[in-house]
Write a protein that binds this ligand. Structure first.
Ligand code: EPS
Length: 385
C-alpha cells in the first residue's frame, strides 16, 4: 500500500494516487467528502476555508462503487486557483514578480526551505509546505479507513487541549466518541471544555495570536499481531509516530501512557496479562496504547500528538527580509487562528493508513474476500491459543 500527493496550495488542484487497495471494496466520493468536510471544519479556521469546499473526484480504480484493485487516482480542486491563475500558473507567462514573499515567518518552512532549494521567492516554499496538502492525505487515508471498516477496525479522534484549556480523554466505544465530537465546534468530547476552548480561540484572535493543542486518535478492533518487532522499520509504533509527526506543525507524539510513563515505576506502567477461555488473552488497562514491541496486542491503539501554534500571526514576530537583510515584521496574509481540530482529522486519516498498510502486510490479498478470510483465520487461531 502506498500513495503520493502532489499540488500547491494555490495551484489548480491536489492529487493523490493510492496503490495497493484490494479489489471489491465499496468506495464512493461521498464517503471521502465527509472526511474532507470534517478536515475543513473546526472553530478557529480562517478565510481560506470560506473559499474552499473540498470535494474529491475519483479518476480511476473504482467502477460502479467498487474498487478494481488498480491504482485509485483522486483529485481535489482548489477553488482559490481562480484568484491565483496568473501568479501560480506553470507557463512562462506566469507573473512571478507579483505576490512575492520576502519576509520569512518564524516557525514556518519559509526560511529553511529557501536555504535548501535556493528559491528567491518564499512563495515557492510555502505553496507546497502549506497544510493545504493534508486534504490529499485525508483523501488517501479515508480510502484506508473504508478498508479497515470492512475488517471491523474503527478510528475515532478527539481534541484534548487547545492552548491553556485541557480536558481528560473520553474513554468510550468509538461511536460514542464520534457522537460527542461531532457536536463540538472544536471536536472535543467534553461540552464545558469545548466552550472554554472556543473562548480561548476568540481571545487569541483578538490578540492577533494563534493557538496549538493536543489531540488523541484511537483505533478499535485491531487484531493482535499487526506490525513486527523484528526490524526497526517494521515496528508499527514507529511507523505511526512518523505518520503523525509528519503532519504540519506537529511537534510531539506519544503512544499510550507516553511521556508520563517515564516518571512512574514499572509496576504502575506495564499492563498485567489475563486470560479467559473463549476470549483469549486480555488486559484490564491499556497504558501500552495497544502496542508492545511494535506489535499490536489486541487492545485499542492510542496515539496522542501535540501541535504547535500556527506560525502566521496577525501581530507578526520579527524576521529578516531575505533581500534587504533589514529587521522587519514577518509576512502576514490571512490565516487560521487554530487548526488543532483539523489536525485531529488528518491524524485519524494517516493513522488509518498505517494500520491498513500493516494489516495488508499481515493478510496479503488482492481482493477484500481474501483479506477477510485471512483475518478470520488469525482471529480463530488467537482464540484457540
Ligand atoms: C496555510 C495557510 C492558509 C490555510 C491553509 C494552510 O491558507 P491561505 O494561505 O490560502 O490563507 O488556510 O490551509 C488550507 C488551505 C487547508 O485547506 O487546510 C499554511 O500556510 O500552511
Amino acid at each position: 500500500l502506498r500513495y503520493l500527493t502532489a499540488g500547491e496550495s494555490h495551484g489548480p488542484a491536489l492529487l493523490t494516487i493510492v496503490e495497493g487497495i484490494p479489489a471489491g471494496l465499496w468506495l464512493t466520493a461521498d464517503y471521502i467528502d465527509r472526511q474532507l468536510a470534517r478536515r475543513q471544519g473546526g472553530y478557529g479556521r480562517g478565510g481560506r476555508q470560506r473559499i474552499e469546499e473540498d470535494r474529491v473526484e475519483i479518476l480511476s480504480g473504482v467502477r460502479g462503487g467498487y474498487t478494481l484493485g488498480s491504482p485509485i487516482a483522486l483529485k481535489i480542486s482548489n477553488r482559490d486557483w481562480a484568484n491565483w491563475r496568473e501568479v501560480m500558473g506553470p507557463d512562462p507567462e506566469a507573473r512571478l514578480d507579483e505576490r512575492v514573499v520576502t519576509r520569512p515567518r518564524p516557525g514556518h518552512a519559509d526560511l529553511a526551505g529557501m536555504l535548501k532549494y535556493g528559491h528567491r521567492d518564499l512563495r515557492n516554499v510555502l505553496e507546497r509546505a502549506s497544510a493545504r496538502e493534508t486534504a490529499a492525505r485525508v483523501a488517501a487515508g479515508t480510502v484506508a479507513r473504508r478498508l479497515l471498516e470492512e475488517l471491523g477496525i474503527e478510528v475515532a479522534g478527539q481534541v484534548l487541549r487547545i492552548g491553556p484549556v485541557e480536558v481528560p480523554p473520553f474513554d468510550a466505544p468509538p461511536e460514542e466518541i464520534r457522537g460527542k465530537v461531532e457536536k463540538s465546534p472544536v471536536y472535543c468530547a467534553d461540552k464545558a471544555g469545548s466552550e472554554a476552548m472556543v473562548a480561548a480561540i476568540d481571545r487569541a484572535r483578538e490578540e492577533g495570536d494563534s493557538l496549538g493543542g493536543v489531540f488523541e486518535v484511537r483505533v478499535y478492533g485491531v487484531p493482535p499481531g499487526i506490525g513486527s518487532y523484528v526490524h526497526w522499520d517494521r515496528r508499527l509504533d514507529g511507523r505511526l509516530a512518523q505518520a503523525v509527526m509528519s503532519i504540519q506543525a506537529i511537534k510531539g507524539v506519544e503512544i499510550g501512557m507516553g511521556f508520563r510513563a517515564a516518571s512512574l515505576p514499572g509496576s504502575a506502567v506495564q499492563d498485567e496479562i489475563f486470560y479467559a477461555p473463549g476470549r483469549g488473552f486480555y488486559r484490564e488497562r491499556n497504558n501500552a496504547g495497544g502496542l508492545e514491541g511494535g506489535v499490536t496486542n489486541g487492545e485499542p491503539i492510542v496515539i496522542r500528538a501535540a501541535m504547535k501554534p500556527i506560525p502566521t500571526l496577525r501581530r507578526p514576530l520579527k524576521s529578516i527580509d531575505i533581500f534587504t537583510k533589514e529587521r522587519v515584521e514577518a509576512a502576514y496574509e490571512r490565516s487560521d487562528i487554530c487548526a488543532v481540530p483539523a489536525a485531529c482529522v488528518i491524524a485519524e486519516a494517516v493513522v488509518a493508513w498505517e494500520v491498513a498498510r500493516a494489516c495488508l502486510e499481515k493478510f496479503g490479498g488482492d481482493s477484500l474476500a481474501e483479506i477477510k478470510e485471512a483475518l478470520e483465520r488469525l482471529q480463530e487461531r488467537v482464540r484457540r491459543v
